[in-house]
Design a protein around this ligand. Sequence first.
Ligand code: PLP
Length: 455
Amino acid sequence: MTPQAVDPANPGAGAAVKAADRAHVFHSWSAQGLIDPLAVAGAEGSYFWDYDGKRYLDFTSGLVYTNIGYQHPKVVAAIQEQAGKLTTFAPAFAVEARSEAARLIAERTPGDLDKIFFTNGGAEAVENAIRMARLHTGRPKVLSAYRSYHGGTQTAINVTGDPRRWPSDTGTAGVVHFWAPFLYRSPFHSATEEEEGARALRHLEETIAFEGPATIAAIVLETIPGTAGIMVPPPGYLAGVREICDRYGIVFVLDEVMAGFGRTGKWFAAEHFGVVPDLITFAKGVNSGYVPLGGVAISAEIAATFETRPYPGGLTYSGHPLACAAAVATIRVMEEEQIVERAAAIGETVIGPGLRELAERHPSVGEVRGTGVFWALDLVRDRETREPLVPYNASGEANAAMASFAAACKAHGLWPFVNMNRTHVVPPCNISEAEAKEGLAALDAALGVADGYVA
Ligand code: PLP
């Protein structure tokens, strides 16, 4: 699907949208007076455009969720059809769209994760997965990785490792953080992936021993951490975590809110590692975010805990028919158009090689890592020392290098995903080869700007 439509420029309409936004919309994660949101006039496929008629290739997939691109006609039609048939219905009833979405998701989750609890997004999925684990085990604590993001609600933000946790960290959430493997910035001074995986497992075991195994309900990990840097875990690591969880009766939660539904070139990233967790959290790609939807896929054993004992959690819009109809249509489109396979192929043949080629020519690129349509460039001031291009959690002047890089991308018609010293290449899973190459060319130009900050 190559989008050609760009609405005619209408700067007056854009100015009105912007003015109402600035007057009344309170934005996420932002100092309200310091932001300047772009007014968006429309979007299609891998592109969106503003009211001046300027078009951007979206290398962010929104917030890494439009896995089938914007405005897929079949999914839009399915939402319209469902709206005409049954726009909404309460969660206690069996409703066709909800039943079918649950069936299609359960068919694709690994192992026996065959029951689906629906939420409105990823954070609520994480909240509920942790509640299930605590009730199933009767234990209070949760272990999660420092380099992670699990959502903005109270438990999910406390499980999160990145600095967005700090203002909401009560220190009483029952969460203990540990270091997951990341060879390029190894917390364990490892020289190889094998060493990193083994040392990370030993560190996790020691953390559990010193915390007290019988106090730990769950280990929560992103299968491939997303916002924190797209670190593909070393072979054997997740299987090792599975084994540790089994040994201590700990529930293993894999958070696939970002990595799931095709992003890594598989339906679920867990498939890359041959691991079946006890719970999988999902959202985003399940219906490309056309209508808010998330959920928890639940193993037979954990589902059995709540067979005769009520599960003490619920949401008015759990399994909303519009969202579920969008999920059904999205999954069908992904099958028909082989979107998961295409994500794997474009990563292997175009994006991965293209990024490695950029790394050869740009001294600001320290490492290229990823798979499918899930890639990170770790930008550095110095390739030898691996000093990040900007300090951890930098803002203002200290973040000038990344701000200039992002501005250069936009000037070249590319909307980049930027987090700390990294840019992530996370376009829709069905991006065409020509579009991917167009984005790589824009990155090439913008990395020239980043190179200017190399020591
Ligand atoms: N978990 C992961 C891995 C995520 O990447 C995100 C969002 O980026 C969340 C949870 C939270 O999802 P939501 O923003 O839908 O609540």
